[in-house]
Ligand binder design. Sequence first.
Ligand code: UDP
Length: 246
Amino acid sequence: MGGKSDIRLIDENGIRIDGRRRDEMRPVRIEAGVLKRADGSAYLEWGDNKVIAAVYGPREVHPKHLQETNRAIVQYYYAMAPFSVDDRKRPGPDRRSTEISKISAEALENVIFVEQFPRTTIDVYVTVLQASAGTRCAALTAASVAVADAGIPMRDLVAACAAGKVEDQVVLDLVKEEDNFGQADMPIAIVPKTGEIVLMQMDGHMTLDEIDEAMDMAIKACYDIYEIQKEALWKKYERLAEEEVV
Ligand code: UDP
């Protein structure tokens, strides 16, 4: 973020490095129920990002001292596959993945009826298979579909998207080059039914007006993501219904 570059990231016609306009999101595709051994799962492609999410639970907590007597805990494990980025990513947790896991678990705890499952854990594993910026939003979007696919009671889904600043302009859903050489990146996640913001971070600098504009753009995009999430879940249930008929 904020690195100097000679590359023009937005041309004189307002077209970005990958051909998008300022307020355009990359194409998003989600499939629910892709893993047989998980209680719930989802595969998501978001531009060049590829993410898989697997959910287990509610199940017994190990180690036991982590358990809460009045609610389920949500344990979220964000991981990047070694081959997901240009330079090989060293396997295992690091500061970045620990931070992403923590804030994503907190976002999901807002929508899961955790009080219905005391002393249990809901484990959410998200692996980034291919990364091109915006992976925490992609991961949380997929994880939320996987939790719903597991049949875990939820108030709503969580939908996420980032907006930021590139060449002094507010843009939606930064791609890797924009994230590396841009001025700011602000991931946001919302509960679409209520409009509550359950995750918001910012790397870089924006003025208050720019933050307003970026928030509007990202929140609007979250509602588009929400439709794609619901569609993925509908498709899964249609598939199940067809299998039952046969
Ligand atoms: N990235 C990388 N190696 C790493 C971490 C990140 O190449 O160890 C790249 C990857 O493409 C990622 C991007 O940098 O999507 C932006 O990372 P950031 O920490 O901003 O999180 P994200 O935007 O993916 O949520």
